[in-house]
Design a protein around this ligand. Structure first.
Ligand code: CA2
Length: 145
């Protein structure tokens, strides 16, 4: 089983600011944590971050035939990106949307996800553990097919 982790804009700044909202771990810390979990689960992963919407769209398109599933934190593009939503719908790869913070308890504009309707489900509010829960969710979903 091969899973692609995608991370949207500004997640490269994790651990440097706003620890109250997003925790104190860097994205590299989270990646290393997820790599260990994935090895224990016998899953192969790739981990990617971009601040550029088109690069995330390209990665989703290129994932077709390569990855069995996607775990994605689209970050701010969650609330704005028809392009990422269309790319997910276009490739038909099962995707779990994840967030560090609980987007439903924050500003009204964050409560709306344009990308979640193109996903099998959403995990939001568990800090870095949302990444692990996303991995478990996609693994169990794919194993149940
Ligand atoms: O809670 C999440 O995971 C979010 O996807 C994080 C996004 C935010 O726009 C979403 O509404 C919810 C923000 C990621 C940027 O994180 C930063 C971390 C440190 C300093 C600046 C930004």
């Amino acid at each position: 089983m091969k899973i692609l982790f995608l991370n949207g804009p500004n997640l490269n700044l994790l651990g440097t600011r706003e620890p109250d909202k997003y925790g104190s771990q860097t994205l590299l810390n989270i990646e290393n944590f997820i790599r260990k979990e994935a090895v224990n689960m016998g899953i192969e992963i790739d981990f990617y971050q971009s601040n550029i919407e088109g690069e995330l769209v390209d990665k989703i398109q290129q994932a077709k035939g390569v990855y069995d599933g996607i775990v994605m934190n689209p970050a701010a593009y969650t609330h704005t990106s028809v392009a990422i939503r269309d790319a997910l719908l276009g490739v038909c790869i099962p995707t779990v949307e994840i967030h560090l913070s609980n987007i439903h308890t924050r500003e009204d504009f964050r409560k709306i996800s344009l990308t979640a309707p193109a996903c099998i489900g959403q995990i939001t509010g568990f800090g870095a553990n949302s990444y692990k829960l996303g991995l478990i969710a996609i693994k169990d979903y794919l194993n149940s097919l």
